[in-house]
Design a protein around this ligand. Structure first.
Ligand code: PRT
Ligand code: MG
Length: 224
């Protein structure tokens, strides 16, 4: 049975830095997991909620899996980075709110000593990234022939060992790029965590979903 068919609200949250910043946001609107989400090994957490609310459960997922749970209706709402949403091959959800947390940028980076590190350099480049779709779209738009090499992490290493000319990765402080002798040569997108909502849940659980979105929006706007 999908979440949409059950009672209450199932909220999928990306583990890692998004969860760290989402917990206080949810807490402020009265949704508090009964166990510490940062310590427990459980993947489903029942939450204490404000009076008048239906039951709320948090499901803790790998960031890249949040859109999948939403698409299949296994969660009513989700919190994931814009990077993950842009990379996902589909858009089977509503995105009513920018939560303004876990901010960073998607960039193209190259070695500091790369003489042709302009994004528009002619010829073809080899690009290492875990954001295959984003990278492909980006280089196609700039008319640069790009061979995309799929990696699962530590993209910063690739230009240092000659695996790729460029990387497409997330940058927050820039410390990781600097520490590895790389620099951003082009911006692709600003990234922050977004609230997404399953389309069927928006209809079938309209009142609770709308109240959830409204409360979060109020909380987010108060901190702007
Ligand atoms: O789980 P996974 O292996 O995919 O990623 P992760 O463990 O590196 O990150 P995680 O799970 O904690 O959070 C991933 C989500 O957080 C992303 O989908 C983004 O929406 C968001 N986010 C925000 C970031 C960053 N900031 C960030 N700086 N995700 C990753 N980084 C990494 C970046 O990839 C690079 O390696 O941090 C490094 C750069 O940070 P600075 O500060 O040195 O520039
Ligand atoms: Mg992680």
């Amino acid at each position: 049975m999908t979440a949409s068919a059950e009672e209450g609200l199932t909220v999928a949250v990306a583990k890692g830095r998004i969860l760290d910043e989402a917990i206080p946001l949810l807490g402020d609107i009265g949704i508090r997991a009964r166990e510490d989400p940062l310590r427990t090994r459980k993947l489903i957490l029942e939450a204490d909620v404000a009076p008048g609310w239906p039951p709320v459960r948090l499901v803790l997922l790998r960031a890249q899996d949040v859109p999948t749970y939403l698409e299949y209706g296994a969660a009513d709402a989700g919190i994931a980075g814009r990077d993950v949403l842009l990379e996902y091959p589909g858009e089977e959800w509503y995105e009513p709110l920018d939560l303004g947390i876990a901010r960073c940028r998607l960039v193209v980076a190259a070695r500091e000593d790369d003489p042709r590190a302009q994004a528009t350099a002619p010829g073809s480049v080899r690009v290492a990234t875990k954001f295959e779709r984003i990278a492909r779209r980006h280089f196609a738009k700039s008319g640069v022939r790009a061979e995309i090499v799929k990696l699962y992490g530590s993209m910063e290493l690739a230009p240092l060992v000659g695996l790729a000319d460029r990387i497409v990765d997330l940058v927050a402080t820039g410390n990781t790029l600097r520490a590895n002798g790389l620099r951003a040569v082009e911006d692709i997108a600003d990234v922050s965590a977004r609230l997404i909502v399953n389309k069927a849940s928006m209809k079938m659980k309209a009142s609770v979903v709308k109240e959830f979105v409204a409360k979060l929006r109020e909380r987010v706007e108060a901190s702007r």
